[in-house]
Ligand binder design. Structure first.
Ligand code: S3P
Length: 452
């Protein structure tokens, strides 16, 4: 659990020959955070296999340890001894979430219904991100917040003596907000209900049910999901928990293989939960050669192996209602679109502005720097491709402490005529620590360059 060192680490990608081989991407980030959170809360021992050992998830693990959970790694398996629902301890020190929005927001929900204080800090990126979306519903349950920076980190919270269960309609498509309210509901008497007009990733619901929480999801006449959770029930450790491969990390070798001529790769064991497969759906519409093989169930989730070959892509329109199922994949979709015949229009992107960076702006600037035709709207992006990559590349991209901007533009450099460099590769460790050796193993050329 080393902290990320301080110096910028620029990196360049130089056009590669065909990418070939079989790879396994790291465990799903969303499920890994929740494995530490719920394992640390539930009474008994949970053994986690395939956990993403990225900086973000390790920060969540440290926070749960600070609140009484016992977490250790033995023979490649993470063993978590939980405290029991309602029995978290007041953390003695600040909780440092680094770059991790999911860890910070879900933990706020988890401790937001406890009558104790907790202080949340993070890096420059996390300190810019809005926390009001989580704090506002928690305030309705009785939470007090002390912040000098308008509901941004650093901030301290103190939950009420007895939390009030609420019914809350989530105003934006956000699994983090949904999850934070449900987690606060775990320590509130009575039923807490979250209404979700647009479905988002459902890992919290699935995993809480697995840990024995009593919750029920119904769909109303307008298609909105109502998730009702009975508070103050007991949570029991699940024993074994296996984390499938992260589709948001698989997206990088996947798009790289589609755009580098001659490529033919297999990405094994990728989570295929339908709330996460919007990128694959979109790429298939663009004409991508992706074979979804060996579909199976693992740890209560659908997984499959993806056989991916270099493809002639064509531009498509990606409708706004698909955004929640591929919200983290737009930066790398923009790179695929740069190699498609015609224009790809992406709609409904407002949430991209509040990710680890303003991703809409960061992607547009990176495309600009590399000679890719595009248009940035308030919540749209259109990209016009150059199928053979001719003339593309040559730019240096500012990553704004954003791992997905870093990896997306390195993927661009694997197929563009001229190399692409990024200002800083450090943040890749938050979600995909082995990205560089894995891509090099497939045949990519990544070159360290001197800091400016
Ligand atoms: C996540 C939800 C999404 C996603 C993030 C992980 C989660 O964020 O972007 O990477 O694990 O719940 P929002 O809830 O802000 O959309």
């Amino acid at each position: 659990m080393q902290p990320i060192d301080q110096a910028f680490r620029p990196l360049a990608a130089v056009r590669a020959g065909a990418l070939t081989g079989r790879v396994r991407v790291p465990g799903d980030k969303s499920i890994s955070h929740r494995a530490f959170l719920f394992g640390g809360l539930a009474a008994g021992t949970t053994r986690i296999e395939g956990l993403l050992e990225g900086e973000d998830v390790l920060a969540t693990g440290r926070a749960m340890s600070a609140m009484g959970a016992r977490i250790e790694k033995k023979d490649g398996v993470w063993i978590v001894d939980g405290v029991g629902n309602g029995a978290l301890l007041e953390p003695a020190d600040v909780l440092d979430f680094g770059n991790a929005g999911t860890g910070a927001r879900l933990t706020m929900g988890l401790v937001g219904a406890y009558d104790f204080s907790a202080t949340f800090v993070g890096d420059a990126s996390l300190s810019r991100r809005p926390m009001g979306r989580v704090l506002d519903p928690l305030r309705l349950m009785g939470l007090q917040v002390v912040s000098r920076s308008g509901d941004r980190l650093p901030l301290s919270i103190h939950g009420p003596r007895v939390a009030a269960p609420i019914t809350y309609r989530v105003p934006m498509a956000s699994a983090q907000v949904k999850s934070a309210v449900l987690l606060a509901g775990l320590n509130a008497p009575g039923v807490t209900t979250v209404i979700e007009p647009v479905p988002t990733r459902d890992h919290t619901e699935r995993m809480l049910a697995g840990f024995g929480a009593s919750l029920e999801t119904t769909i109303d006449a307008d298609g909105a999901r109502h998730i009702a959770l009975q508070g103050q029930g007991s949570l029991r450790a699940v024993g074994e928990l296996t984390v499938p491969g992260d589709p948001s990390s698989a997206a990088f070798p996947l798009v790289a293989a589609l755009i580098v001529p001659g490529s033919d790769i297999v990405i094994e064991n990728v989570l295929m939960n339908p709330t996460r497969t919007g990128l694959i759906e979109t790429l298939l519409e663009m004409g991508a050669l992706i074979e979804i093989a060996n579909r199976r169930q693992e740890g209560g989730e659908d997984v499959a192996d993806l056989h991916v070959r270099h493809s002639q892509l064509k531009g498509v329109t990606v409708p706004p209602e698909r955004a929640p199922s591929m919200i983290d994949e737009y930066p790398v979709l923009a790179i695929a679109a740069a190699f498609a015949d015609g224009t790809t229009l992406m709609q409904g992107l407002e949430e991209l502005r509040v990710k680890e960076s303003d991703r809409l702006s960061a992607v547009a600037k990176g495309l600009e720097a590399n000679g890719i035709r595009h248009e940035e709207g308030r919540d749209t992006l259109s990209v016009t491709g150059m199928p053979d990559g001719k003339g593309l590349g040559g730019g240096r991209v500012d990553t704004h402490l954003d791992h997905r901007i870093a990896m997306s533009f390195l993927v661009l450099g694997m197929a563009s005529e001229k190399p692409v460099s990024i200002d800083d590769a450090r943040m890749i460790a938050t979600s995909f620590p082995k990205f560089e050796p894995m891509m090099a193993g497939l045949g990519a050329n990544l070159e360290t360059i001197a800091a400016k």
